[in-house]
Design a protein around this ligand. Sequence first.
Ligand SMILES: C[S@@+](CC[C@H](N)C(=O)[O-])C[C@H]1O[C@@H](n2cnc3c(N)ncnc32)[C@H](O)[C@@H]1O
Length: 269
Amino acid sequence: MSLSAERRRAHAEVLELLEKRHGIGHKGAGVSAWMEVRLDRALDALCADTGGVLDAAVELLRAEPGRLEEIAERLRVGETRFFRDVPQWDALRATLAARFAGRERVRALSVGCSTGEEGWSLAMVLEEALGRGAAYRVVGMDRSDAAIAAAREGRYAQSQIGQVPRELAERCLTRHGDTVQVAERFAERVSFVARDAMVGPPPGHYEIVLCKNLLIYFGNEAAERAVSLMLKSLAEGGFLMVAKSEVPRVKALGHTAEQLAPGIVVFRA
Ligand SMILES: C[S@@+](CC[C@H](N)C(=O)[O-])C[C@H]1O[C@@H](n2cnc3c(N)ncnc32)[C@H](O)[C@@H]1O
């Protein structure tokens, strides 16, 4: 995309603001072509309120955090799936029971949970590993209010559950025509909260933190801040799992890696 010098400067300033507040950045992450296009459209929309003056549009973003959030929402990539990256989930299913046996409770967090598939997947494997009566909790958090509202509903199209292992689908999902609903019993164990990864996890300590396919959109400083906050929130023996493609970046930040299972790397505090 070819931009005037003035536009390029405005893009850089907005990305600076976005990275500080919401992590979405350019330093280290690069700015993809689609991101530039969406950012440009968002700036056009803002200019409608500033008489076409670009500098004033950027000032508006500095002054009104809600406006900046709207831009973050426009740049949002919410793609997700149940049991995304099956080998990681196989490793969780194979190791959780032994790893957390005898714990009074197990708390899990899905950071950047989008519409909830990851959080519900976590609940299914925790119930399988620890038993129905076990004291486990799952919290899903995402910056997007719209995503969180969808996550709370727990209702998905049949076409979205292809990767749910059959035995778990039978136990944990109820069919309603073309859709499935996550079983009601999970409601007391699973909650979703609108919260920004730059603020950090909700207070408390977690045995498992999943943060997958979020750091790829973050600039270096934001990625370091988000990862440090998540590692600080780990309980004794807890671990952070990021997407396989994000592992080298977290290693490069100097954090301690551990093999959860052959070929599956996680991080600890
Ligand atoms: C590509 S989705 C990944 C969903 C899921 N973790 C997965 O791997 O399938 C990225 C999610 O991160 C969320 N996100 C982006 N920036 C965030 C931030 N600063 N704090 C919390 N969530 C954020 C987006 O709203 C989006 O839902």
